[in-house]
Each structure stands twice: as C-alpha cells, then as structure tokens.
Design a protein around this ligand. Sequence first.
Ligand SMILES: [Zn+2]
Ligand SMILES: [Zn+2]
Length: 364
Amino acid sequence: MPAANSPEPPSTLELACPTCASQVRFAPGTTHLTCVRCGTTTAIEVRTGPALVEQPFDEWERDNDGRQVSSLGGVVMTCEGCHATTESAALASICQFCRGHLVPVTQPDGVVPPSGVLPFLIDRRQAADAFVAWVNDRDVGVDELKNVNAAESFTSTYLPLWTFSATATTAYEGQRGIRKAVRLDDGRVELRADWHDVSGSVDTPVASHVVEGRDLGIGQSRIVRKLDLTATVPFQPEYLAGHTATRYDVDPAAAFDEVRRKVEKKRVRNDVRDDIGGDETRIESTTTTYSDVRFALLLAPLWVLTYIAGGKTWMVLVDGRTGQVEGEYPIDRVKFTLLVFKWIAIFVLGFVALISLPTILDSI
Ligand SMILES: [Zn+2]
Ligand SMILES: [Zn+2]
C-alpha cells in the first residue's frame, strides 16, 4: 500500500532530456524522441498489439448519456521547465511561458482517449519544401506567395478522427422491372418494363468508416479522404511530444449520425438496388438499423501554415505523412486574366484550324 504522503503520479509525460534537461520532441519519421537543444535521442518503447481498438458504441452511450465534450474540463499540468500550471483540454500543447512540451498521460472521465495514431513522417523542412513546390504550381498566385517563410511558420498538430464499424441492416420495399419487347401500333418494337412488387432486407458491412472529429481548416477533408489507415500504430503519448493536438469537438453521437448519413446515402442505396435486381429498379422505402456498432478515436498528423498575403490571412494544410498540400491562396488578377485570354486564344486557333482543315485538304 502506498504511504499516505507518497507523491502524486505525474499528470504529464516527463520530457526532459537525460543529457541537458532541455525538452525532447518526437522526431518525424523515427521512433525516437530528440532533444531540441543537444540532439540526444531516446528510443520510444513502442507498444505492440492492435492499432485501432474500436469499443462498443452502445456501452459508451449508456455510460455517457447526454454528456457533451464541450462541458468537460481539461487536465491541470505542471510544466517541467518553469513549474507553471496550465489547465488544458488539448492532448498535447506547448507551455506558454517557456515553450516546454506538455503532454497529459490521462484524459478526464467522459473524454474518449485515442486508440491509434498515424505518427508524423515528414518534418518541418519537408513540409516547407512541399509548400514551395505547391506555390510554384500556382500559375495565377500573387508573387508575394514566393516570399512566405514556410519553414519558420509551420506548426505541427494532430487531427482527431473517428472511425466506426457496424453492420447496417436495411428493410426495403420497391419494384423490380423486367424489360420485354412490345410491338407498337405502327409496327415498331419497344422495350418496356413489367413491374413486380418486392420487399426484403439487405446487410451492408461498415468497416472503419472515418469522420472528422474537428475542423481545422479548408482542404482538411481532401487530406482525410486519402489517409492510409493501414499505417496506424497503437497510440502512445510520446508521439505527441513537441507537437500540438486538440481534443475532438464532435461528440461520438454526432459523429455516428454523420457516418449513418453517408453510409445510407450511397452504399445502402446501392446494396438495396443490387438486392432488388431486374433490368430497372424502383426503391419505395427503406429503414436501416445498425448492430455491433464499434468506434475509436484516431489521430492524424498535419503541418499547418497560416500566412498573410494580399492583405489577408490564408491557411494551408500539409499531410504530415505524404506531404500533400491543401489550402487557398491569393490570386493575381492580371495573371488570371492573361491565362483566360491564353485559353481563349488556344480555343479559337484550334477551332479555326478545324474548320479550315477541309479547305486545306481540298487544296492539296
Ligand atoms: Zn539535451
Ligand atoms: Zn513552462
């Protein structure tokens, strides 16, 4: 039994460098922590086992009925460097006084802890290079874009994502149309469908369907759609050291509503259509219920750049694994107009060449 005056276990991950006591951070593309000052590296004791453990959704709903993440407090953390205390709802943040790295080891009751993480693969320099290449491809961007100091301005953060697995069972009513040849009064033959009432039930498996747990900026969805979830590893807070990670603000119930909306709009409809069969199909009504619903929280890495150009603030996101760049940029009106004229000229020349081709061929 612990003594009554035994110290409280630390609320944050200890991230002091063993050599110089400065802060260590997770180095992208590795499995170690690197000191920001002296470069000493410490290997992370990498956890093994399943990367994404989805928990039963109905149990979570029963235990957390009506609880909203926005009403839950943060974790009080004491900075190792300056001993300032900070209460934060983030999964990882930076001390505002000394820039020390703050990573809580537990989350308050009612907050879903991450199950898996896609660790950063590309570093700040590689993210900046990806941005520069992206800028060079923006033919109509303002010249100011080329002067953005991306290497200094990027911040690294993990985006919370939900994954849901379930079986969707849909009871439906509809009609199956079988086409047959009908001879019309004027002698022509036309294919017409004979309609038969059908009803039935069809299962649609849902496997780790991803929806976003927070909105960080424009273009985020395009990055999320291309994520390679097979690279997910079991979560451990070390991967967050020196980066930031905000808590989700979309509750699991709202996330599941979103999954249902997406699954029913496309996949369920297609499955019902296939099940009805026939040459033509009519769906009259569907009712979808879900069983064995499981969910998990996953973190995906993003480099975030906000910059000022053309008198406005813009944001760019870079996938922390592939370097895919998404975002908006200020357009140079003169370059844009010239490009439009160029395309019109190409179109007109092409059209003139096409209509004069027979004349040219005739004259040969
Ligand atoms: Zn050090
Ligand atoms: Zn501090």
